[in-house]
Write a protein that binds this ligand. Sequence first.
Ligand code: NAD
Length: 440
Amino acid sequence: MNPATPRVAIAPPRGKLGVLTPGLGAVATTFMAGVESIRRGRSKPIGSLTQMATIRLGKRTEKRSPLIKEFVPLAGLDDLVFGAWDPIPDDALTAARKAGVLDARDLDPLADFLSAIKPMPAVFDNHYVTRINGSNVKSGKTKRDLAEQLRQDMREFKQAHGLDRLVVVWCASTEVFISAGPQHATIEAFEAAMDANDEAIAPSMLYAWAAIMEGVPFANGAPNLTVDMPALVQLATEKGVPISGKDFKTGQTWMKTVIAPGLKARMLGLRGWYSTNILGNRDGEVLDDPASFKTKEASKLSVLHTILQPDIYPDLYKEFSHVVRINYYPPRGDNKEGWDSIDIVGWMDYPMQIKVNFLCRDSILAAPLVLDLALFSDFAHRAGMKGIQEWLSFYYKSPMVAAGLQPEHDLFIQQTKLKNTLRHLMGEEQITHLGLEYYP
Ligand SMILES: NC(=O)c1ccc[n+]([C@@H]2O[C@H](COP(=O)([O-])OP(=O)(O)OC[C@H]3O[C@@H](n4cnc5c(N)ncnc54)[C@H](O)[C@@H]3O)[C@@H](O)[C@H]2O)c1
């Protein structure tokens, strides 16, 4: 069987790809250290679809299941170059040591590589992240000035490292809750608000604006509004830039989007879902601030309703109670503990309970998502895709969707959409799992 012809022209991944992260904390340093460790043959890319997953093509009898990275022209790991911005001036080695995710036996052999990654001065304002104080911060008269400095950083980074392309993945702290207002409604209103130093324009939005203006794909790993607003969606579409978000789907919410579709598939009811987290890293400290937690809470709460559809199934899911807590508990560090107590109902209304105690490592779960989002966002750009990349919903707690649509939260529908998008772009048939030849 000859390989299919791609449906669209896809530029090959020639040259080097720069991956820039606002934020050089636990997630970003674990991601960078991991990629380098894989490049040196010390680790395997566990948790990364782009590196480890296969994709079935054609009929089952054809037995074609290549690795995704062999099917789709993705940038190779050897072609990635890392950079970051952070208000804290620590290089990636110091930051990784402070984050306490990776052991010395894994960090020490990478010391030369990590210590060479030094954060560029950040666009940072305590008003939006209250628990962090840093000296490595840009100054400028207006928010637009600051955003222009970020654009300049991107150009200089690209030139200094001889890069062909860039992507930006937001790995910085969660900002305080901001809902979309008139300042975010159109490009003109957004740019006027930057000029006027309007409070509704948070630093993350300046990074997103700068990236889009530079023609650089932007992926948002935190629940901040950032790029999820009409103005920047419109700008991204006009400039032909892929964007995606929000909030990496890692520990507890990932588990929720696995279990909830299972309950619904079997038409079992839900009375309540109580989730609590014990977390002791810097992210936990930032989320201890009620304003930052509100942003996270909104992202975590939205999941169950859209999966369970209480409007369609009132007998099963009407008025279930859903509580999410994050407790900052320093001794636990990055090793988060997620507790879920789930009250379900079955045949003749008999109650049952499911308890999940997930002893996870936040950044270990997030790092491969950063890699996949960087590689897929770059691929999407080369394939001419622009604006919101719904097929990347698989990676997010609060997936961005076109105005008026409900996001899809079910992990398995998201996975099907991701793989079918790749099949579609590469000119392969969609897979329905029907096996038509066995039906009358
Ligand atoms: N680890 C996970 O499983 C997970 C899942 C979903 C979302 N997230 C989000 O990812 C982000 C990073 O998490 P983390 O554990 O690495 O946090 P972290 O606190 O270790 O690192 C965040 C870094 O961002 C920096 N920062 C803050 N504001 C900045 C700005 N304006 N510009 C540049 N840098 C800035 C901070 O100084 C800090 O070094 C957080 O927003 C977190 O909520 C993480």
